[in-house]
Write a protein that binds this ligand. Structure first.
Ligand code: FHN
Length: 432
C-alpha cells in the first residue's frame, strides 16, 4: 500500500517577518564565525558512522537493541564544552536525533531515548545544556526530519528502505508530524535558550518537486512553532536547496558558499541570510573506528579563514566515541585552532567577506574600514584590486608597517617580509 501525503500546508511560514529577537540572534550568529558540530548516537557503538543502519541494511528492531548496551561511562559534558571553548568556537550543534531515530534527550514522545532505553539513563543533552550555560557557549540542536525506524514514517523516502519496516508502515504521516512537533516543543522548553534548530533529511523525499516539500514536511507549522516558543531561535535546514520562507540561516554541507565541490550545493544560490558551512575533521560525521584520515590543523585553520572570507560560519564536526570521549586527534585539532584563534581571532570574529574577493595568494575578511588580507600561499608581493584608498598597511599581529603602493586605476601592491617557516596564514591589516 502506498499512501499519498495528506496536504497539510501549502508553504513554509508565509511572508515571514523575523522578530527583533531573531534579527539580534542572526547578528550574534554571524559574529561567532566558528562552531563545533557533534554527531553522537547509539551508532557510535558499531563504529561505522551514523549511516550504518542504512548502509548495512540493519533491521530496525535489532538495531534498537543497541540502546540496551549504551553506557558512555566517560561522558563528561563539562570536558567537552571546555575543549570546544578552548578552540575558540562559540557554539555547539549536537545531534538530538539522527536518521536512526534514536533520541539523545529526555522525551515523552517516544520511549526510544537515552533516558528510558539505555542503562546510562542520563539526559546527555540536558547535561550539555547546563555545561554550555556555565561556559557561555551557545547550544544548537540538529534534528533529523527523516527516520529509518518509525513505522509512521511512511511513505518512505529514498533511504532507509532496507531496515525491515513493514510495507505500508502504519500509514499515519500526520502521527509522525505530531511526534516531530512534540519533540521540537520539548527541545525548546526543556533546555533554556537554544541558538538554532538545524534540520536535516528533507532531501529524503527529493523525488517530489521542491514546491511540495514545505507541505510534505509541515514546515509552516513547525517553523511557526519554533519561532513562537523561542523567537530568537534560528532555523536552518540542510536540504541542499535554496532556503524556504521561515528559515533564518542558510547551510552548506562540505562546501564553501557558492562552491559545489562536494556535490551537495548544485541547487543552491547563496542567499542574503547568515551562512554556515559544515565540514568533517576526518571523513566521517559519526564515530568511525576505521577513519584516521584527519585533516591537518593547518588545513582546518585555513578552511576556517576561507569560510569567514565568504562571510560564513564554519561548523566543524567531531564524532565522539561510544564511551563518551572525544578522539585525541579531534582534541589536538581543537587546541591548535584555539591557539591560532587566541592570536588571530580579531581577523575572524565579527568580520564579513572582504571587499577583495579570493585571489591566487589568499582571501580577505573585513570589519568596518579595516581589511584583513590572509596570505595563504607564500608570496613576496600581493597584488589586488581595491576600490578604496589604502591609508596604512601593517603586519598582523606585530603591527610593523609594510610598504605598499596604490595608483589610480591600477592594482594595489603590498610588499611582504618573509614569513617564518610554518606560517599558516600571513595576515596583513589594512586601514582604508
Ligand atoms: O545524512 C546526513 C549526514 O549523516 C550528516 O548528518 C550530514 C551533516 O551535514 N548531513 C546529512 C547529509 O546531507
Amino acid at each position: 500500500m502506498v499512501l499519498a501525503f495528506a496536504p497539510i500546508f501549502s508553504g513554509a511560514q508565509p511572508s515571514y517577518t523575523p522578530s527583533p529577537e531573531n534579527l539580534a540572534a542572526r547578528e550574534a550568529f554571524s559574529q561567532d564565525r566558528f562552531g563545533i558540530f557533534i554527531h553522537w548516537g547509539i551508532y557510535s557503538m558499531i563504529g561505522h558512522g551514523e549511516w550504518v543502519m542504512q548502509n548495512q541494511n540493519l533491521d530496525y528492531r535489532e538495531y534498537a537493541r543497541l540502546a540496551g548496551g549504551f553506557y558512555p561511562s566517560r561522558f563528561d559534558a563539562r570536558e567537552w564544552v571546555r575543549a570546544v571553548k578552548a578552540s575558540g568556537a562559540k557554539y555547539i550543534t549536537i545531534t538530538s536525533r539522527h536518521h536512526d531515530g534514536f533520541s539523545m534527550f529526555r522525551t515523552k514522545a517516544s520511549p526510544y531515548n537515552i533516558v528510558d532505553a539505555t542503562p546510562f539513563g542520563r539526559d546527555v543533552i540536558g547535561e550539555l545544556a547546563e555545561a554550555c550555560r556555565e561556559e557561555g557557549i551557545r547550544l544548537h540542536f540538529y534534528y533529523s526530519h527523516l527516520d529509518w525506524g518509525r513505522t509512521d514514517y511512511w511513505p518512505r523516502g529514498r533511504t532507509g528502505r532496507g531496515t525491515g519496516r513493514p510495507d505500508g508502515g502504519d500509514g499515519d504521516w500526520r502521527h509522525y508530524l505530531d511526534f516531530v512537533n512534540a519533540q521540537l516543543t520539548e527541545l525548546l522548553t526543556q533546555y533554556g535558550p537554544i541558538g538554532a534548530i538545524w534540520f536535516d533529511g528533507l532531501w529524503d523525499m527529493d523525488a517530489r518537486p521542491r514546491e511540495d516539500q514545505p507541505g510534505i514536511w509541515n514546515l509552516e507549522e513547525q517553523y511557526a512553532l519554533i519561532h513562537r516558543l523561542q523567537p530568537g531561535c534560528l532555523i536552518g535546514n540542510n536540504h541542499h536547496i535554496a532556503p524556504f520562507e521561515g528559515e533564518d540561516i542558510q547551510i552548506f554541507e562540505k562546501d564553501l558558499p557558492g562552491e559545489n565541490e562536494a556535490g551537495f550545493s548544485a541547487g543552491q544560490e547563496v542567499s542574503r541570510l547568515p551562512l554556515e558551512t559544515c565540514q568533517t575533521m576526518n571523513r566521517s560525521w559519526g564515530y568511525d573506528i576505521r577513519d584516521k584520515d584527519y585533516k591537518s590543523a593547518d588545513y582546518l585553520i585555513r578552511y576556517l579563514v576561507r569560510t569567514a572570507a565568504k562571510g560564513a560560519n564554519l561548523l566543524l564536526n567531531i564524532g565522539p566515541r561510544p564511551d563518551g570521549t572525544l578522539p585525541e586527534e579531534a582534541l589536538e585539532r581543537l587546541a591548535a585552532i584555539g591557539a591560532w584563534m587566541d592570536v588571530y581571532g580579531e581577523t575572524i570574529y565579527g568580520t564579513e567577506a572582504g571587499l577583495t574577493g579570493p585571489q591566487e595568494w589568499g582571501v580577505s575578511t573585513q570589519k568596518g574600514d579595516v581589511l584583513y588580507l590572509h596570505v595563504l600561499e607564500p608570496t613576496e608581493v600581493i597584488t589586488f584590486d581595491f576600490p578604496r584608498k589604502i591609508r596604512s598597511a601593517e603586519a598582523f599581529p606585530d603591527g610593523s608597517a609594510l610598504r605598499f603602493d596604490q595608483k589610480r586605476n591600477a592594482p594595489a601592491h603590498i610588499y611582504l617580509p618573509a614569513a617564518p617557516e610554518g606560517t599558516v596564514d600571513q595576515v596583513v591589516k589594512i586601514k582604508f
